[in-house]
Design a protein around this ligand. Structure first.
Ligand code: MTE
Ligand code: MO
Length: 437
């Protein structure tokens, strides 16, 4: 397939999708709305550019960037994480292409990296200390990792982490921040102790409201008095069975960039609540007031706003449980597939604190949906694997779309949902391009 420059095409569509269609595919303006369909000369141009016909073109919404074009740029590589795409190198931020997230449990080398500051150097895990304190902690205590291991029950859980800004690159107008596409998500297995066992050992006062973390990373400015990030969760989330203080990821040391030697894991919420390089936890009698706790960080407007609006901080709320979402991890976008053969389609789906009840797939731009088989999660707050197969009626360009629904009946939107100033919570359907030959 021919590929255009992704950034150019995204920027063009961001400004005005219908104008972009016209510029790229020559579709004449005929007064159709955003939900109109690409027609006539535009369709011919798109077909020519893709190098093949589009059998279900009658269902293809105008202003839809074909997944074949939205696909990968040449990745910048990082040695320990081969295949990840680096979005920023100071602080380091890198995402994982969807097809590398095919494993049920995300291997260490494929876990995305989202750093707000600079990771600590010269870490000695034997002398590492974690201090639990705060106005709502009865007995402030300092633990070594060996103390944690010997005093509390060891737990291993598969836990799904997704950055609140995953999918930000699709918002229009563009939101500032890392332009994540789909890969700021993963579900490794973590080993550690329950946060609640440690908190209860230290004594949680009745007035406890929130738990905040501090890590050993430093601010990019180099100013030692500034904190890169210090967030946390309400006490109820901290006391859940699945909230961990972890020292291992997939049975190995946690990779340096993912928080070695110790991190918090509170899955199903924005990844930013799961503190890395963890050295202090504060039990607060109020909402934690650490760096990036307050709006506009990790916050969205309380009520829907027009795209591009300025939203006062007072009209925003902190993101808690993440919305339902799914990823197609097989096939890789852009593959060729032989006509007449079944194509296996599979991936993962997750729904914040909730469960995924179903995943549907479409090969006709969302006109019809086929069910897939969805497995139960290995444990609460792990992503769920789903699988199905499709067969194509004729040769040409197709997109496979996946759409998950949670146990409350909420499903993913087919188009980018509610615009918000920082570009969080884009849970639109994932699309992969397939050329049937
Ligand atoms: N100390 C510290 N913890 C942190 C961060 C950070 O920059 N410093 N980034 C947070 C954010 S925004 C996310 S999405 C997750 C990312 O975890 P990962 O890098 O292991 O994928 O870590 C969170 N914990
Ligand atoms: Mo994040």
């Amino acid at each position: 397939m021919k590929k255009n420059n992704k950034l150019e095409i995204n920027a063009l569509y961001r400004q005005d999708p219908l104008v972009a269609d016209r510029l790229l595919w020559g579709r004449r303006s005929n007064g159709l709305s955003r939900r109109g369909f690409l027609k006539n000369s535009g369709l011919v141009a798109m077909t020519t550019a893709l190098g093949m016909g589009i059998p279900f073109s009658r269902f293809m919404p105008a202003g839809l960037i074909p997944a074949a074009y939205a696909a990968d740029n040449a990745p910048t590589q990082i040695t320990e994480k081969s295949g990840l795409i680096v979005l920023n190198d100071r602080p380091l931020n890198a995402e994982t292409p969807a097809h590398l997230l095919d494993d049920a449990v995300t291997p260490n080398r494929y876990m995305f990296i989202r750093n707000n500051g600079l990771p600590p150097g010269n870490i000695n895990s034997e002398s590492w200390r974690l201090r639990i304190e705060g106005e709502s902690c009865e007995n402030a205590t300092s633990f070594s990792i060996a103390d944690l291991r010997s005093r509390f029950e060891e737990v291993t859980l598969e836990l799904q982490l997704e950055c609140g800004g995953n999918g930000r690159n699709e918002f229009s107008p563009a939101a500032s921040g890392n332009q994540w596409t789909t890969g700021a998500v993963g579900c490794p297995s973590f080993t550690g102790v329950r946060l609640r066992d440690v908190l209860n050992y230290c004594g949680v006062k009745r007035d406890a409201v929130y738990v905040g973390y501090f890590g050993a990373d430093s601010h990019t400015s180099g100013d030692p008095t500034r904190v890169a990030i210090s967030r946390g969760v309400p006490i109820a989330k901290a006391l859940e069975r699945e909230s961990l203080i972890a020292w291992a990821m997939n049975g190995e040391d946690i990779p340096l960039q993912n928080g070695y030697p110790l991190r918090m894991v509170c899955a199903g919420w924005p990844g930013s609540v799961s503190g890395k390089w963890l050295n202090r936890i504060v039990v607060r009698d109020r909402v934690h007031d650490g760096e990036k706790m307050t709006a506009p960080s990790y916050s969205v407007p309380i009520t829907a706003v027009a795209p591009g609006s300025r939203v006062p901080n007072a009209d925003m709320r902190t993101i808690e449980s993440m919305p339902v979402k799914s990823l197609v991890t097989f096939p890789q976008s852009g593959i060729n597939h032989e006509l007449g053969q079944r194509l296996t389609v599979r991936g993962h789906a997750w729904a914040g604190d909730n469960q995924v009840s179903s995943v549907f797939i479409s090969i006709d731009f969302g006109a019809t949906w086929l069910p897939s088989s969805v497995q139960a999660a290995s444990n609460r707050l792990a992503w769920q694997n789903w699988e199905s197969w499709v067969q194509f009626p004729e040769a040409g360009y197709y997109e496979v779309w996946a759409r998950a629904m949670d146990d409350l009946g909420r499903s993913q939107p087919m188009v980018v949902p509610g615009w918000n100033p920082r570009g969080y919570l884009n849970n639109a359907c994932h699309r992969v391009a397939v050329q049937v030959v």
